[in-house]
Write a protein that binds this ligand. Structure first.
Ligand SMILES: N[C@@H](CCC(=O)N[C@@H](CS)C(=O)NCC(=O)O)C(=O)O
Length: 254
């Protein structure tokens, strides 16, 4: 079995898949795409993933796209170290939380990420190049054009931060209901893996807003202590490592 993962070190969706690979100890070849240079929009890549995003899995020539689909696929073909509960009702609860993670924190985290991490790179582009880059994106065209080269307005930032806060509160309620320490109870599941990168990103941006939710604090400590965490977030996986202006911002904030 040969696995090739087209991904990007700092991509939150890629991090979900790397976490599953690393937990299972499955060797995989990593093809690293530079998303700011548009590797994901090149014709050969679009043949693999018409959405023009990472990650994409090539498993012995079979292509699987979409991070949550890939993580479920990996769990099906390699059930050792399973992330999926046996009980169908619990499976359904896991998938519900995976959908929630995609719709709420994973979508909301793009606003602070783009405004704080990526915007300076887009500001260096000419207006024409920026619009052409945005328009070449199958999935994120309108998102990029809405951000423009001045960034999302404060009202959008505030709304995204509120959506993130409600996501942490939802996590807190789920952990309380299941008895923890993970979202569905004693065993880590794909729900935890799916939601994880949004919290890592907010932590990386210096915008932690869950300190008053001790169950979420413990959850975050636990996932960072998981053996798969370090190999997943290898050096260069954090936006603060890639963009020096973020380190300056964090240093100023103390
Ligand atoms: N639903 C997709 C979303 C993938 C996605 O948004 N990937 C981002 C990185 S986390 C990307 O490739 N962005 C490139 C772009 O916006 O051009 C998945 O879960 O795989």
């Amino acid at each position: 079995m040969a696995f090739k993962l087209y991904n990007a070190p700092q991509s939150t969706c890629s991090q979900r898949v790397r976490f599953v690979f690393n937990t299972k100890g499955l060797p995989f070849e990593e093809v690293k795409l530079n998303l700011l240079e548009g590797d994901q929009l090149k014709p050969d890549y679009l043949k693999l993933n018409p959405n023009g995003v990472v990650p994409t899995l090539d498993h012995d020539g079979q292509i699987v796209i979409d991070s949550t689909v890939i993580t479920e696929y990996l769990d099906e073909i390699e059930p050792e170290q399973s992330f999926t509960p046996e009980d169908p009702v619990k499976r359904a609860a896991m998938r519900t939380l995976m959908h929630f993670a995609d719709e709420m924190p994973a979508a909301a985290v793009r606003v602070p990420t783009f405004n704080l991490a990526f915007l300076p790179s887009f500001q260096k582009m000419s207006r024409e190049d920026f619009v052409a880059f945005a328009e070449s994106k199958p999935l994120r065209r309108e998102f990029m054009l809405a951000m423009g080269q001045t960034g999302f307005p404060q009202s959008e930032m505030d709304a995204a931060l509120k959506r993130l806060r409600r996501s942490y509160e939802r996590m807190d309620a789920e952990i309380e209901k299941s008895g923890g320490p993970w979202l569905l109870g004693k065993e880590i599941s794909l729900a935890d893996v799916t939601i994880m990168p949004a919290l890592v990103r907010m932590h990386d941006l210096g915008m932690v807003d869950w300190q008053d939710l001790p169950r979420v604090v413990t959850w975050f400590d636990n996932i960072r202590a998981h053996p798969a965490f370090k190999p997943t977030f290898y050096p260069g996986s954090l936006v603060s490592e890639r963009f020096p202006h973020l380190r300056e911002r964090q240093a100023k904030a103390g």
